[in-house]
Design a protein around this ligand. Structure first.
Ligand SMILES: NC(=O)c1ccc[n+]([C@@H]2O[C@H](COP(=O)([O-])OP(=O)(O)OC[C@H]3O[C@@H](n4cnc5c(N)ncnc54)[C@H](OP(=O)(O)O)[C@@H]3O)[C@@H](O)[C@H]2O)c1
Length: 313
């Protein structure tokens, strides 16, 4: 099939393009930067330079390729994040989840795409009540934290627009937190650095449950979604959702450092803000049962726990 990957140079895009090529697809990939054309070409993709926030450039790129499938992996998350200003830091990602989604859907409709696969997130958007591990049928948070409201609305916009596109097979992949090469959990990644430097404390009881996924497994699942996904939402997470109070000390120990600091909830709220505090204490994890059952996906890295030692090495 002809597959257009929007965001082919990102952490996930870089893993996805060679897999799609190896599976026999004709792949095009987008970047904003002419300097990255060569790298895209080397990875087997036909490079397209375009700003996905510009509807004319999106229409032109999509029309040039006339793909069967569009994969939307656009984010703007590189660089240090400041969780005290969550929506401000996610502002560009939010535009990519709203405006760029709409541009890509419109352009895809004009050329009659069969499938549209888009990146979403399995984690803080789920309701912070009830069971600690959520399925795709569980509700999203009815009362998001004030400073996460715009980011929450952007995710909901993407998910509703994609799954509501009745003229195509609209598929949303709610990835867990990425780890592995090119991510913040790589040996040289921002989060690993913070953990090493004891700047990533356990806040309150650390009961917030996080779901992770190895970036290579996320890319494998995306190939399956491109080839056989059905309209709807899939959690793409590993087999072991874990509370912060579990995974963070395990990661710190594997890195050979001291255990993470522990700070009370009120202090976390004061210093790191409400969004970070909620993520440390209240968020829920996600179940991958549907992706296994319906996509036939099996993560090759079933638990972050096994990878901790590899990261440390
Ligand atoms: N589920 C998760 O945990 C999750 C999800 C996403 C990202 N992350 C993390 O965030 C960090 C950075 O992610 P990343 O490496 O994927 O980088 P990123 O800076 O978020 O960029 C992702 C992709 O979006 C493209 N892009 C951004 N704005 C664009 C625009 N206006 N028009 C066209 N393309 C645009 C980029 O292309 P160009 O820059 O080449 O133009 C790139 O291909 C990593 O640590 C990653 O693990 C985590």
């Amino acid at each position: 099939m002809k597959v257009l990957v929007a965001g082919a140079t990102g952490a996930l895009g870089k893993q996805l393009v060679p897999r799609l090529v190896a599976a026999g697809h004709e792949v095009s990939g987008t970047t904003r930067s002419a300097a990255k054309r060569e790298a895209l070409f080397e990875s087997g993709a036909h490079p397209l330079v375009a700003d996905m926030l510009d509807p004319d450039q999106v229409a032109e790129a999509v029309a040039e390729v006339a793909p069967d499938v569009i994969v939307h992996e656009l984010t703007s998350l590189s660089g240090a994040m400041d969780l005290r200003h969550f929506d401000r830091d996610f502002a560009l990602t939010n535009r990519l989840r709203t405006e760029a989604t709409d541009h890509l859907l419109a352009a895809g409709r004009a050329v009659g795409i069969k499938r549209f696969v888009a990146q979403s997130y399995a984690g803080w958007p789920y309701a912070r009540t009830g069971g600690r591990v959520k399925t795709e049928d569980d509700p999203l948070d009815p009362t998001p934290v004030d400073d996460m409201r715009e980011s929450f609305d952007a995710i909901r916009h993407l998910e509703d627009a994609v799954t509501g596109a009745s003229w195509t097979e609209g598929i949303v992949l709610r990835y867990g937190g990425f780890y592995g090469p090119g991510t913040s959990m790589a040996p040289d990644g921002d989060h690993v650095k913070m953990i090493r430097e004891r700047k990533f404390p356990v806040v309150g009881d650390g009961a917030g449950v996080w779901s992770f996924v190895h970036i290579e497994d996320a890319a494998d699942a995306t190939v399956l979604a491109v080839e056989r996904g059905r309209r709807g939402i899939y959690n793409i997470v590993d087999d072991e959702p874990a509370p912060v109070a579990d995974w963070l000390p395990a990661m710190a120990a594997a890195l050979g450092g001291k255990p993470p600091r522990r700070v009370p909830r009120w202090f976390g709220r004061l210093v790191a803000g409400e969004a970070a505090t909620v993520m440390m204490t209240e968020v829920r994890g996600a179940s991958n049962a549907k992706a296994k059952r319906e996509l036939g996906w099996e993560p090759r890295h079933p638990t972050w726990r096994r990878e901790v030692a590899a990261v440390a090495a």
